[in-house]
Design a protein around this ligand. Structure first.
Ligand SMILES: [Zn+2]
Length: 253
């Protein structure tokens, strides 16, 4: 029963995340006006706005203008539902579930917005740092000290890399948005996870960069946004961080 509740809750939150993804980069209100079709501007009735279910019933088409509804909507709802379910399995319905679900939801929005617009909205990452610090006072997984050190290490280390890169190559490599994102990750997950996140995201980011260069040619100038890789590293750290660190200490002994 509670499994189903966690999934339904996930789809509802995912539906809200879709609104954030669409409106935050345009600096529009996320509560008003209500949902409307991006093509014909017709308001979407509540019965056409049920996460996942409506998309299937409408067969991916708007009721009024029959234009295709982006597959992104059910995809984000599905991913958010999965995140909610896995977090429920790990933490049950607890404060830890609540805070980590907020954290993962923020990472989902950041990832998609960064992919489309190459920006990480401050309105998510900066309050995120605060929420992470507050969480450390209320949940058993992390101490306030660890959260503070994580924030400083996350913000500081990337700031250092970004400054070095800029002085070496005379152009901006990593945005300030990445710095604030990693500070937020540090606030939620602590300093060990920050190191793990940097390692994982650099590794996966480099491999992706090489593949893109091979496919598109060496002169390809489009900078790949780093936010999605940081988010990926953070999610892996959240679920498997302890295991990876334990494995590393065992192997390196
Ligand atoms: Zn329409």
């Amino acid at each position: 029963m509670w499994y189903v509740v966690s999934i339904i809750l996930g789809t509802l939150v995912g539906s809200f995340l879709n609104v954030c993804i669409l409106r935050l980069p345009k600096e529009e209100s996320i509560v008003w006006p209500g949902s409307h079709c991006p093509q014909c501007k017709n308001p979407i009735k509540f019965y056409d706005n049920i996460p996942l279910v409506s998309y299937i019933f409408l067969k991916g088409c708007c009721r009024h203008c029959h234009c295709a509804i982006s597959f992104q909507y059910p995809l984000i709802e599905g991913i958010t539902a999965l995140a909610s379910f896995i977090l429920f399995l790990k933490f049950g319905f607890s404060l830890s579930y609540l805070f980590y679900f907020l954290f993962v939801a923020a990472l989902i929005v950041i990832t998609v917005v960064d992919l489309y617009h190459q920006i990480i909205p401050d309105v998510i990452s900066l309050p995120g740092i605060g929420v992470g610090l507050i969480a450390s006072l209320m949940i058993p997984q992390i101490t306030l000290f660890n959260s503070l050190v994580g924030t400083l290490l996350g913000g500081g280390s990337l700031f250092l890399v970004a400054t070095l890169y800029q002085s070496l190559f005379k152009r901006e490599g990593m945005g300030g948005g990445d710095v604030k994102l990693l500070a937020m990750i540090g606030a939620f997950l602590g300093w060990k996870a920050v190191i793990l996140t940097i390692l994982l995201s650099s590794l996966v980011g480099s491999i992706t960069g090489i593949i893109v260069m091979l496919l598109k040619g060496k002169d390809f100038k489009y900078a790949i946004p780093f936010g999605p890789f940081l988010s990926f590293g953070a999610v892996v750290s959240l679920f498997y961080g302890e295991n990876i660190i334990r494995w590393y200490l065992y192997v390196s002994r």
